[in-house]
Design a protein around this ligand. Structure first.
Ligand code: GAP
Length: 508
């Protein structure tokens, strides 16, 4: 059986082969950690955006959306803390001249220990039948020993980072015997902080120009528009502002395909609440976002919450929703109780009062904020990798099928004339015309019908509509369903209602 790394490689090449994702600037040998979405990728991505937008904005009467500019006043990033503290700890290997994120080296080391624990438990499960007490004790001791190692590493790393003691981070890397994957040596430099924001100049003459930043998160565009939206929309607390947009980070360790990119998209929502009520809303949004993920039909086992012990400077509670990607559990979404940090700082730096007058309490205050922040590209990767299946059919043949939730699939149906003659293409084209205003449909007449089914399976099209001689005789078509491969015959004139019945919005 293929291991996870092989499966991941296949997923990446499948995404390219079928027009979901291409490396950026590929004919110039690419640009590291930057990707383009192809003709199918953009459809899936837009559908994910729509699912998020609807569930946040359309289904919540007290949440509205905005689309703020990527360029913002440079003082915003000073106020938010990004100029001073949006850093990654970096370390270089002197032999390979390769640069790494110190925290990622440590994280990878922990992942290896976790792998050992998993293997230990799997081994025990296999021998379950004749597992005696002595075996149980020794397995348990080994697992506890490994777990203690993880706890110790996590503790030392958090202490060092909290104290901004970069020498202690380096010492931890040395103590753990971490080697450079390229040179295999432990010849490390000191650890340095590196700011992740991309800077550029605004204005035509470099001398008189201001340094501005490409936004590293969309959230600040929401904070600085808090009063505009609250007043123009007559919003009453609690209320939320949602936004989908590009963010940019000069990631040093850019790998794992679209998991960590330098240009990516976020779907963020800031929910403004009364001070003192934030932890109640934090729990509400944890649960609401959990349900959103599960509504995709992805197994609950693929998700876990990871509550933060080390909180960001602005938060009084934080959790990550982690997803089990082919390379392990990693952060997909962050939910943060950001206190009134951002609004207070923007008040301080702009000199404008960013407060809300609460008519029920008859007082003004700076609202507290719960943020939900999910990466669009990571959501794409989660859905795409979960959907990817290789199956052996009853006749021994193989198929690759993308079991993407129907509502998110790039094409909802493909219309296929059985043969390229006898008026079947014309009839099929009529069917395309009758469906295309409501659904993304594809027409395909090339190759044998079996091969066309395989191609639609590979791009995740949930329904294949086949037009044959019977269609001309009695107006019926066959509809083949992607996952079960079951076929049924229905009148062509019922196709629109049929698809409508099958393609239901995801709700939670
Ligand atoms: N406003 C809060 C914020 O930006 P974050 O945890 O830094 O929080 C939120 O980012 C989400 O954005 C992450 O959970 C992840 O899904 C996505 N994200 C962050 N950096 C990313 C990157 N370099 N490439 C792709 N997605 C990224």
């Amino acid at each position: 059986m293929a291991n996870n790394e092989d499966v991941f490689k296949k997923i990446v090449s499948h995404a390219k082969e079928y027009g979901f994702i291409f490396p950026s600037s590929e004919i110039y040998d690419g640009l590291a950690a930057v990707y383009d979405y192809g003709q199918l990728g953009v459809e899936l991505k837009n559908n994910i955006k729509q699912y998020w937008w609807k569930s946040m904005v359309q289904y919540h009467e007290n949440i509205v959306g905005i689309d703020s500019a990527i360029f913002m006043h440079p003082k915003i990033w000073k106020a938010s803390g990004h100029v001073d503290a949006f850093n990654d700890p970096l370390i270089d290997n002197k032999d390979s001249k390769k640069r790494y994120r110190a925290d990622v080296l440590i994280e990878d080391h922990i992942a290896k220990i976790e792998d050992k624990i998993r293997k230990e438990v799997e081994k025990a499960a296999k021998r379950f039948e004749n597992f005696d007490e002595a075996m149980f004790r020794s397995t348990n001791a080994r697992v506890l020993e490994q777990q203690a190692k993880i706890d110790d590493i996590t503790h030392r790393y958090s202490e060092a980072m909290n104290a901004n003691d970069l020498e202690a981070v380096r010492q931890l890397i040395l103590d753990l015997g971490i080697v450079c994957p390229i040179s295999g040596t432990r010849n490390w430099t000191e650890v340095r902080q590196f700011n992740l924001m991309f800077a550029t100049q605004m204005g035509s003459v470099a001398d008189g120009a201001d340094t501005i930043y490409l936004r590293p998160e969309t959230a600040q565009g929401i904070f600085v528009n808090f009063l505009n939206v609250q007043k123009s929309g007559r919003m009453k607390i609690p209320f939320g502002i949602a936004q989908i947009g590009k963010a940019f980070r000069n990631e040093i360790v850019a790998r794992q395909f679209i998991f960590r990119m330098r240009e990516f998209e976020q779907m963020e929502m800031q929910f403004f609440v009364r001070p003192g009520e934030e932890l109640k809303w934090f729990e509400y949004w944890k649960e609401t976002r959990r349900k959103w993920h599960l509504a995709l039909g992805i197994s609950e086992k693929k998700y876990r919450f990871h509550d933060h012990e080390k909180l960001a400077h602005y938060a009084n509670a934080a959790t990550d929703i982690e997803f089990e990607f082919p390379f392990g559990f990693k952060e997909l979404e962050g939910i943060h109780s950001r206190t009134n940090f951002d609004l207070s700082r923007h008040s301080e730096f702009s000199g404008k009062k960013l407060q809300y007058f609460d008519p029920e309490l008859n007082e003004s205050y700076t609202p507290y904020v719960i943020e939900t922040s999910i990466g669009l590209d990571r959501t794409f990767l989660a859905i795409f990798s979960y959907a990817y299946h290789e199956e052996t059919l009853e006749d021994g043949s193989q198929r690759v099928v993308l079991k993407i939730p129907t509502i998110l699939a790039p094409y909802k149906a493909a219309v296929l004339p059985l043969v390229k003659k006898d008026g079947l293409p014309e009839k099929a084209q009529q069917i395309v015309d009758s469906l295309k205003y409501d659904y993304m449909v594809q027409y395909d007449e090339k190759d044998a019908i079996g091969r066309r089914y395989r191609r639609q399976d590979a791009i995740g099209t949930p329904f294949c509509i086949t037009v044959d001689n019977q269609t001309l005789a009695n107006g019926t078509v066959t509809v083949r369903e992607r996952d079960t491969m079951q076929q049924e015959r229905i009148p062509a004139e019922n196709l629109n209602a049929y698809l409508h019945g099958k393609i239901q919005p995801l709700s939670h």
